[in-house]
Design a protein around this ligand. Structure first.
Ligand code: 5GP
Ligand code: MN
Length: 334
């Protein structure tokens, strides 16, 4: 990472800073945003974190998560606070459309933009860009950003908790997208006072009973396995949403169960949310689901984890997904 003098100046003096992350924020979005907030506050910045939509409750143990401004809920307050901001930091997304109306609102507000992200092909939306698609997580990049600024000593247990949250969730508890740096970073966080098992306990052992029942329903009644394409998928209808009282975040991680089938190379979760059909794709090895999402569904993400939205019906979207498989057969069977 390189730090131009202008950027160092900007960060080391108190600014009125806004931090943004993507719709349906995950552990990395929340962890990186709050870590950056706790870090910049030590430089005297006034910081607010903004998300387009709500975050899953299992992350509410992170300090200051209760102060996050959600556009869908606090629209007027978001506008008022944003009007005074002069520094805008984009974390864990690569296109302004990923923050929906927040993106439109800040379009003409004056102030420098900083992007720190690990998704492929970022749009040119920032004055200072730290984009590394090989990184495990945005939290890994935020750690390297802070240390690159020479501020290692500002990584206290509060910052460490947030950074660890993004690293552990984006790597599926160190099962994918790892690299040797990730383990060194986590070792350093532990040396600086992080209780890593306590964080894992908060995140992964906080399921609601209804979510386990939903998972059972998905695996027993909504899973299709296509061995000839080494593909499995789960679908959920609007009726399932009503019956299981599914709320935002309740379906997080369900797609990953499909990858645990030995021969599966491609896993999909296709579900009918109130207004759109959402696709989540996961893969093993070289199969590039980001390319599938981008080419066929105007989505994006990473090589092994990508997503998209569709305005077609659930049935049509499932059919389109199935119809694509023959053209990827060589890659699926490799
Ligand atoms: P998930 O399937 O968990 O929602 O998302 C997996 C990855 O794909 C995440 O990195 C997320 O940012 C990205 N992603 C999910 N949905 C979309 C989408 O509609 N458009 C784009 N460009 N990326 C998405
Ligand atoms: Mn991420």
């Amino acid at each position: 990472m390189e730090f131009p003098a202008e950027l160092r100046q900007l960060l080391q003096y108190p600014q009125n800073t806004a931090i943004f992350s993507h719709r349906n924020p995950d552990g990395d979005a929340i962890g990186s945003s709050l870590a950056m907030q706790h870090y910049l506050e030590q430089h005297g910045h006034t910081v607010h974190v903004f998300f387009p939509s709500e975050f899953p409750y299992e992350f509410d143990f992170l300090a200051k998560s209760e102060d996050i401004l959600i556009w869908d809920i606090h629209t007027e307050e978001c506008k008022q606070v944003l009007d005074k901001k002069n520094l805008f930091i984009f974390l864990d997304f690569n296109a302004i459309s990923r923050i929906d109306k927040l993106g439109e609102y800040i379009q003409n507000l004056p102030g420098k933009r900083i992007l720190i992200d690990h998704h492929l092909y970022p749009d040119p939306i920032a004055d200072f860009e730290f984009s590394e698609p090989e990184a495990s997580s945005t939290c890994e990049l935020v750690y390297r950003f802070i240390t690159g600024m020479g501020d290692q000593q500002k990584i206290n247990p509060t910052v460490g908790k947030c950074l660890y949250t993004g690293i552990v969730t984006d790597t599926g508890s160190f099962r994918h997208a790892t690299n040797s740096q990730v383990f060194r970073i986590v070792a350093d966080l532990i040396d600086r006072g992080l209780d890593d098992t306590a964080v894992q306990d908060r995140i992964f052992n906080s399921q609601k009973v209804k979510n386990l029942r939903l998972l059972g329903h998905c695996l027993a009644n909504r899973m299709e396995y296509l061995p000839e394409y080494r593909t499995a998928f789960i679908w959920l209808s609007r009726r399932d949403y009503e019956e299981f009282e599914i709320q935002r975040g309740d379906t997080e991680g369900i797609v990953n169960y499909l990858l645990s089938i030995r021969d599966v190379k491609l896993a999909a979760f296709i579900h009918n949310q109130p207004t759109i059909v959402k696709l989540s794709l996961r893969s093993k090895g070289d199969l590039d689901v980001q390319e599938i999402c981008r080419t066929h569904f105007s989505g994006g993400g990473h090589k092994n984890a990508a997503g998209a939205h569709s305005h077609a019906s659930l049935k049509a979207t499932i059919q389109k997904f199935k119809d694509l498989l023959p053209q990827y057969k060589a890659a699926l069977l490799k």
